[in-house]
Design a protein around this ligand. Sequence first.
Ligand SMILES: C[S@@+](CC[C@H](N)C(=O)[O-])C[C@H]1O[C@@H](n2cnc3c(N)ncnc32)[C@H](O)[C@@H]1O
Length: 187
Amino acid sequence: MKSARESDRISQFREGFRSVGEIQDARVYGRDPGNPYHDLLYWVSQELKPNLTVELGTCTGGSTSYLAAGSTGKVVTIDIETRPSAIEGLAKFGNVELIHGDTRDPVLAAEIAKRGPFDLLFIDTDHTADQVKAEMALYGPLVRKGGIILFDDIRMHPCMSAWWDELDEEKLEMPELHWTSFGVVFR
Ligand SMILES: C[S@@+](CC[C@H](N)C(=O)[O-])C[C@H]1O[C@@H](n2cnc3c(N)ncnc32)[C@H](O)[C@@H]1O
């Protein structure tokens, strides 16, 4: 059973984000008006003030730009394919480290773990249950108590949707962000 305190944290999170609107920051890019989770990434970074954010799935770096602009802490972002557009787009941020690698690789995860506990983890790779389970097994335990894990597209595939429904964590679903929904886990 969840405590009243944990429930307060969820409702404060939901209410806090409700009034945020589109982030106005000249450094960010890649926002999709039909799926404004990038605004949430920026807002969470501002609120949580993470020393270390880890993102799984950089793609062209749009989400990374929001995570990096919202915080002065380090943002480590991992992708199996490092795209030139991400390198170019993120060059303006002194707090971003791009890592080329497979998020399912335990050697890479052990290397990232040496940076210290994560305050914020954003999981946004292939949105399948097998992969998100592997990523949560490797990276989930590295998120400190009081930290946050964010997931895009939790309902893109039925298998991931079932995984989310069964996930036994203090969690919030934000279907208003995106038709494939968005998940937040509170540690
Ligand atoms: C949906 S995109 C990320 C979008 C980005 N986070 C954003 O919001 O702008 C998914 C990314 O995950 C990467 N990816 C998929 N499987 C991966 C794996 N096993 N390891 C690392 N990256 C992976 C893909 O190359 C792709 O760039």
